[in-house]
Design a binder for this molecule. Structure first.
Ligand code: HMG
Ligand code: MG
Length: 302
């Protein structure tokens, strides 16, 4: 079974940057990622620019990217207004987002979990009538920065409500990157009793360095084949302080393939995109492979 990588670097990766990233840099990053073999790229968010000023140029980014027929270009939307903006910009898939922790959800979207799901009702209807696939994120599925550990039953309850609403895919988020393989197994043991594994993606941040181990546990043990990842390990959530980026796409691809997984992504091309975008924003990629390929280490450009 082919492993699907959803590249979230342009959205999750860049949303957390304090200094404004020029639109040109974002467009070049998405264009480079379009040539890596990833089947889906989360390009930006149609959220309130007051809440996430970094992604206020979502329309312009969508307008200027070069689209590959082999890639689905998606966006985060928090409400009906977000969906209208996403449709007008030509997003090809939308993602709503809520959480398994009330406190995190309140901080992130200023609503309870139930209120946020009510807001998604018109989003789901609008996406359905526009023929747009819909993803539903469940953040803080393992640990919450405010409430601590979160039980699998809380995640299952939110996941089932999102499925009732009509999401095609669930993305289960380890928002602060603190889950361990046993915790991933505990959650999947509960969740997959009711949910088809083909509809489950894992969104693993890598704060404590466990994301690759978690992905392997989910893939080998449960047959999860969709993973979110961010080139160069960029990212974090502005409303989850201290959390670092997603698992680096290039590292995840390398490890999955080395473990026998069928994954049609060119990790060298991803590392190149990561090196270019991080150079443009004055950072270094947080990935093993970008280090291996880095010219700074005397390696030829990947
Ligand atoms: P609010 O302030 O409670 O609601 O925000 P509001 O309806 O009063 O809106 C406030 C202002 O925003 C108004 O403008 C609205 O018009 C405007 P004003 O009248 O003050 O000029 N507004 C919008 N503008 C543009 N596009 C929109 C939109 N909606 C309202 N769609 C709201 C509620 C949900 C809007 C806000 O809290 C928000 O935008 N939050 C987004 C937070 C966010 O993006 N967080 C990061 C992404 S989630 C994440 O990273 C986790 C994830 O990666 C998974 C994981 O790691 O676990 C997905
Ligand atoms: Mg995230």
């Amino acid at each position: 079974m082919t492993i699907r990588i959803v590249e979230v670097g342009p959205r999750d990766g860049l949303q957390n940057e304090a200094a404004t990233v020029p639109t040109d840099v974002k467009v070049a990053f998405v264009d480079a990622l379009s040539d890596t073999g990833v089947p889906e790229i989360e390009v930006s968010s149609f959220v309130s620019p007051k809440w996430v000023p970094q992604l206020a140029d979502a329309e312009e980014v969508f307008r200027r990217i070069r689209r590959s027929a082999a890639v689905v270009y998606s966006a985060l939307v928090p409400n009906a207004h977000g969906l209208e903006r996403a449709l007008a910009a030509g997003a090809e898939k939308a993602a709503v987002f809520t959480a398994a922790s009330e406190t995190f959800n309140r901080r992130n979207v200023n609503a309870s979990i139930a209120e946020s799901i009510e807001r998604f009702r018109p989003v789901a209807e609008g996406a359905r009538s526009a023929g747009l696939p819909l993803r539903g994120y469940v953040s803080t599925a393992f640990h919450c920065p405010y409430e601590g550990p979160i039980g699998p039953e809380a995640v299952r309850a939110v996941a089932l409500r999102l499925l009732e609403l009509g999401v095609d895919e669930l993305s289960i988020g380890d928002t602060i990157g603190k889950a361990s393989p046993p915790e991933v197994r505990r959650l999947l043991d509960v969740l997959l009793r009711d949910v088809d594994v083909g509809r489950v993606a894992l969104h693993l941040h890598d704060t404590y360095g466990m994301a690759v181990a978690n992905a392997i546990a989910a893939w080998e043990g449960y047959g999860v084949t969709t993973f979110d990842a961010s080139a160069g390990g960029l990212g974090g959530c502005p409303y989850a302080k201290g959390a670092t980026g997603n698992v680096a796409t290039e590292d995840l691809v390398f490890v999955l393939r080395a473990s026998g997984g069928d994954v049609a992504v060119d990790e060298r091309a991803v590392a190149r995109a990561a090196l270019d975008v991080t150079r443009a924003i004055g950072r270094r990629p947080a990935s093993r492979l970008a280090g291996v390929f880095s010219e700074a280490n005397g390696a030829p450009r990947p």
